[in-house]
Write a protein that binds this ligand. Structure first.
Ligand code: GLN
Length: 200
């Protein structure tokens, strides 16, 4: 029943693409790898995986994909950014004028946990996903430094926001695609499904 499910694209320019594809396949959702602007027209939701935000920002601009993503979002497409993807979604990036999509009213600080703590795992309490803690893997992760009035903080670690939602945009500083817990992706698929159903 592929027609009833939202089609989810995974931005395939750099980074942890295959891991997201695998989680979506486990959920039984139709997946497309997105490398070109035209391919963004065909998806109801787009995942921007982890990677290097300065590189991906430049690639998006060079391919005209930044403009297409912003327009598709206005039309109702859902977007989910993990780690570097969260940085791309932010309107404000501390100390940097690097390219970004700027779709969420948040500020971020890159590599916020410092060199001492390159990567770590933590169990997060995310009420929106139920009472069972969500395992989270942080890799040179950003943190959210400030949020606008329309932004909902859905997870914190040590008092700092690490997952946020605004309209159909979802961002996580960590990597839900690197664990067996599919709840975060399921939440995003539901958000993208709202768009598909609204279109009728
Ligand atoms: N540190 C990277 C950046 O700032 C993000 C790291 C990641 O996505 N795992 O672009």
């Amino acid at each position: 029943m592929e027609a009833d499910l939202p089609i989810i694209g995974v931005l395939d320019l750099q980074g942890a693409v295959q891991e997201h594809v695998r989680v979506l396949e486990r959920l039984g959702v139709p997946v497309r790898r997105v490398r070109l602007s035209e391919e963004i027209e065909q998806v109801d939701g787009l995942i921007i995986p982890g990677g290097e935000s300065t590189t991906v920002g430049k690639l998006l601009e060079r391919r005209g994909m930044d403009v297409t993503i912003r327009r598709r979002c206005e039309e109702g497409m859902a977007v989910f950014g993990t780690c570097m993807g969260l940085i791309m979604l932010a309107q404000r990036i501390e100390g940097s004028d690097q390219q970004r999509l700027g779709l969420m009213d948040i500020g971020v600080r890159r590599n916020a946990f410092g060199r001492q703590v390159d990567s770590f795992e933590a169990d997060l309490t995310i009420p929106a996903l139920g009472s069972e803690p969500v395992p989270a893997v942080f890799i040179r992760a950003p943190i959210v430094t400030d949020v606008g009035a329309d932004v909902e903080v859905i997870a914190e670690w040590d008092g700092v926001p690490v997952a946020v939602r605004q309209g159909r945009c979802l961002g996580a500083a960590f990597h839900p695609e690197l664990t067996d817990d599919t709840r975060f992706h399921a939440m995003f698929v539901a958000m993208a499904g709202e768009e598909r159903n609204a279109k009728g």
